[in-house]
Design a protein around this ligand. Structure first.
Ligand code: UDP
Length: 328
């Protein structure tokens, strides 16, 4: 039985990856320090003998006994609000954390895939973003802690590949959504759905003309699996190229939820990228991969999940004071 270590296992993407690799017949070792992840996302796996879980911070030395065939490094705060709240941990997991994972991959002779991000492109001046584009990142801005950690992560991963001959893969993940996103993680989809379900107004930042391109989580997972099994060490964009403005997205959420909120406009956070759309030509030609689930279907599935939350869970969330996160 192949053994795979998944860091960030209790997070949104990590937990879906655990499900997928369990389904594919792997022994899955999940690791998470639960700083942004939640046990609830993986508790359905606890009774399985092919699943183990370690509550561990991967920024500290990682010990796992036995062989490890594959490592997926998905541990990191990943939403702007999270990495503004915990900037040092964000920097550590993207630097010390990946260093530990690569060290482990070296001794265990594992193949490792690291979760990078469209944030390596910053506020891009090239549109859509191809992997050749080097990005436009402000290292000392509010997003710098995440963006630069992920850029460092790519650099050290390539160094281990070139210097130690480790089999490495780099996925540049664009905005992804689906069940198990945290209602209060501050990202636009859970923010809007949560607001609609609580009967609040929807908060659009800026004039809402900024764009994003949203990928449904099952498509993303399929892209990660294919990239892991490929023999390509350069970065690969994984995302859905279907681009939409945030205002249009707010309208779609209003229609989906049948709620009747107003849209209220708030100040745009500093360094908020104006546009984002992946060029996925590389993934298409290398992996034969492209998203299969359109936004209408993906949003329907995601909304079903959020509807299963109890009234208590909906109301227990901190009401996020977004103004606090606008750094002038
Ligand atoms: N956004 C918004 N209202 C919210 C939360 C986010 O208008 O309540 C905007 C945010 O300013 C950004 C976009 O939605 O332009 C996507 O934000 P998110 O935090 O989901 O991720 P990002 O792609 O910026 O990392």
């Amino acid at each position: 039985m192949k053994r795979i270590l998944i860091t960030g296992a209790a997070g949104f993407l990590g937990s879906h990856l655990c499900d997928r690799f369990i389904r594919d017949g792997y022994h899955v070792i999940g690791m998470d320090n639960l700083i942004t992840g939640r046990l609830k996302n993986i508790e359905h796996l606890f009774s399985l003998k092919q699943f183990e879980f370690y509550n561990h911070d991967v920024s500290k030395f990682i010990h796992v006994s036995g062989k490890i065939d594959y490592i997926l490094h998905f541990a990191s705060p990943a939403s702007p609000i999270d990495y503004l709240k915990i900037p040092i941990q964000t920097l550590k997991v993207g630097s010390l954390g990946i260093h530990n994972c690569l060290g482990l991959a070296k001794v265990k002779e594992s193949k490792i895939l690291v979760a990078s991000t469209s944030e390596v492109y910053g506020d891009p001046t090239v549109h859509p973003q191809t992997e050749e584009y080097w990005g436009n990142v402000n290292p000392v801005g509010p997003r710098g802690v995440y963006d630069e950690a992920k850029r460092f992560q790519e650099a050290i991963t390539m160094a281990y590949h070139n210097f130690h001959g480790i089999e490495t893969r780099i996925a540049r993940i664009f905005n992804t959504y689906g069940p198990r996103m945290r209602l209060n993680d501050g990202r636009v989809l859970p923010a809007f759905i949560g607001q609609a379900l609580r009967g609040e107004n929807l908060t659009v930042f800026g004039d809402g003309s900024q764009t994003r391109s949203f990928c449904y989580v099952d498509d993303l997972v399929e892209g990660i699996v294919r990239l892991l099994h490929s023999d390509y060490a350069q970065p690969v964009n994984i995302g859905n190229p279907c681009e939409i403005t945030i205002s249009q997205f707010a309208e779609e959420i209003i229609k989906l939820t049948g709620a009747n909120p107003k849209i209220i406009y708030k100040e745009l956070p500093e360094d908020d990228p104006k546009q984002r759309q992946p060029d996925i030509s590389r993934a298409k030609s290398l992996l034969g991969w492209e998203p299969q689930i359109d936004r209408a279907e993906g949003l329907k599935r995601t909304y079903l999940y959020f509807q299963t939350l109890t009234k208590k869970e909906l109301e227990e969330i901190d009401h996020i004071n977004f103004e606090k996160f606008i750094i002038k």
